[in-house]
Ligand binder design. Structure first.
Ligand code: AMP
Length: 250
């Protein structure tokens, strides 16, 4: 198993004109999709799985946030529109999301594998990903579905804080930083995402039920679904994930 923990996501965050600096000799890695309601902990698990497996953590939400933090004049009209959807907690239209992922198809083809977090989120996106991968002669290793009761998810979301610089995730009570408001990893400032505020959280949960929950059946029918209980500490959940992945069982 590839234990290279460097996670160079430059190409993923910035698009096709940017080169990834990961060594090309990386071994064949796992290609994972992480599913689950917003706030269930997919981002934290993607980060931990990256450390254990070496495959890059690819989050579509991070790409939109990175685009949103650029100067207005550097944003395409589609990205400006995407920011509006995001602020409300609504899904960005499939065409915009797919254009963005397609530009980064080198990350999908990467021999080091990937951990997709927040994509696909609709059946149309899942179909597009399947077709792209089939055309490249590659397939997903597994789709991990993180499960947790709704009340616990809402509590997690409202206490979540994200590092502005390195995107590490903390929680004000469950996983507090050593110094309040400061990232343990890089010393960057922590902030509450606009879409983690209560009004947006309600919209995101409705959107999840309507658009993303059907992906559970889609991937179950493809024989790829791996359900994992998302209760406990991040390390416990990660350990549970690793033992659930058929590819890692002795
Ligand atoms: P996340 O960080 O994955 O929770 O994403 C934050 C927000 O970005 C979502 O609430 C959506 O507005 C937008 N977004 C991220 N990924 C997608 C996607 N695959 N499809 C549509 N919208 C997305």
């Amino acid at each position: 198993m590839n234990l290279n923990t460097k996670n160079d996501r430059t190409a993923w965050l910035e698009g096709s004109s940017t080169q990834c600096e990961l060594p090309v000799e990386r071994e064949s890695g796992l290609r994972l999709v992480l599913l689950g309601a917003p706030g269930v902990g997919k981002g934290t698990q993607a980060h931990l799985l990256n450390q254990r497996l070496g495959a890059c953590h690819l989050s579509t939400g991070d790409v939109f946030r990175a685009a949103g933090s650029r100067a207005e004049c550097d944003q395409t009209p589609a990205m400006k529109q995407a920011m509006e959807y995001m602020r409300r907690g609504a899904l960005v239209p499939d065409a915009t999301v797919w254009e963005m992922v397609r530009e980064r198809s080198a990350c999908i083809r990467c021999a080091g594998g990937f951990i997709l977090d927040g994509f696909p989120r609709t059946l149309a996106q899942a179909e597009s990903l399947k077709m792209l991968m089939e055309s490249e002669g590659i397939s997903l290793s597994a789709v991990v579905n993180y499960e947790l009761p709704l009340e616990e998810i809402v509590a997690r979301l409202s206490g979540r804080r994200t590092c502005q610089t390195c995107k590490s995730i903390f929680h004000i009570t469950e996983q507090p930083p050593r110094t309040q408001g400061v990232c343990d990893q890089c010393g960057g400032p922590l902030f509450q995402r606009e879409d983690d505020r209560p009004e947006a959280v309600t919209v995101r949960m409705e959107v999840y039920q309507r658009s993303t929950a059907p992906l559970i059946d889609f991937y179950r029918n493809l024989g790829l679904l791996v359900p994992v209980l998302a209760a406990g500490s991040p390390d416990e959940i990660c350990a549970r994930t690793l033992v659930s992945l058929p590819q890692l069982r002795g």
